[in-house]
Design a protein around this ligand. Structure first.
Ligand SMILES: CC(C)(COP(=O)(O)OP(=O)(O)OC[C@H]1O[C@@H](n2cnc3c(N)ncnc32)[C@H](O)[C@@H]1OP(=O)(O)O)[C@@H](O)C(=O)NCCC(=O)NCCS
Length: 165
């Protein structure tokens, strides 16, 4: 992700399609977004990526490597108008990057139990559902359960092949 991606990413992040499944759901203003990018883009623990198909930006991926040992949390969203299947393609590229380029050992992610597309995507990609945190997120009105997913480096090649066949 570069400075010139800021407007596009802000538009995606503020769309109802994405916002409703995030922990923070307010409309993010341009200055808040810019300040967030200024912090993260110089922090070596954070990798902010744009997913492209045929050179068209179709999604955003963050990878946060916490400490030594190659363990990272990922986050992602597809552009609201991305074609069906974009999530899967984004996931494959992201995990290839995690395990082949960054040489990570483990990638984990959390998602609201109500986020069926993300739950399905994690499962299809070979993540194990490692936990369910009950009433973990208060959305301002109700409490929501959160699923914890994880995949290890040695699991990815087989999961990748399964995904592509
Ligand atoms: C999660 C997200 C990236 C998935 O992208 P996508 O383009 O819909 O993904 P795909 O089309 O590749 O579908 C992936 C799988 O999820 C399934 N799926 C997609 N939308 C679904 C829905 N609303 N309910 C149930 N399953 C769904 C697809 O059928 C597919 O499974 P299959 O291969 O068994 O058919 C996208 O919906 C998104 O950006 N959501 C908002 C942000 C978000 O939730 N980010 C993740 C936070 S944890």
């Amino acid at each position: 992700m570069e400075e010139f991606d800021l407007d596009c990413v802000l538009q995606w992040r503020n769309s109802e399609h994405v916002r409703r499944y995030m922990y923070t759901r307010h409309q993010i203003q341009a200055d808040e977004h810019r300040a967030w990018f200024s912090r993260k883009s110089i922090d070596p623990a954070w990798h902010l990526l744009i997913f492209e198909q045929d050179r068209v930006p179709q999604g955003y991926v963050s990878i946060h490597v916490a400490g030594p040992g190659g363990v990272a949390e990922w986050g992602f969203y597809a552009a609201p108008d991305a074609p069906k299947g974009a999530g899967k393609a984004l996931g494959i590229d992201a995990l290839d990057h995690c395990f082949s380029t960054l040489r990570l050992q483990r990638v984990w992610g959390q998602c609201l139990a109500s986020n069926l597309a993300s739950v399905r995507l994690h499962e299809r990609m070979g993540f194990s559902r490692e936990g369910e945190l009950r009433n973990h997120h208060f959305n301002g009105q109700t409490y929501e359960n959160v699923f914890w997913f994880g995949i290890l480096a040695y699991e990815w090649p087989q999961a990748r092949t399964r995904l592509l066949t």
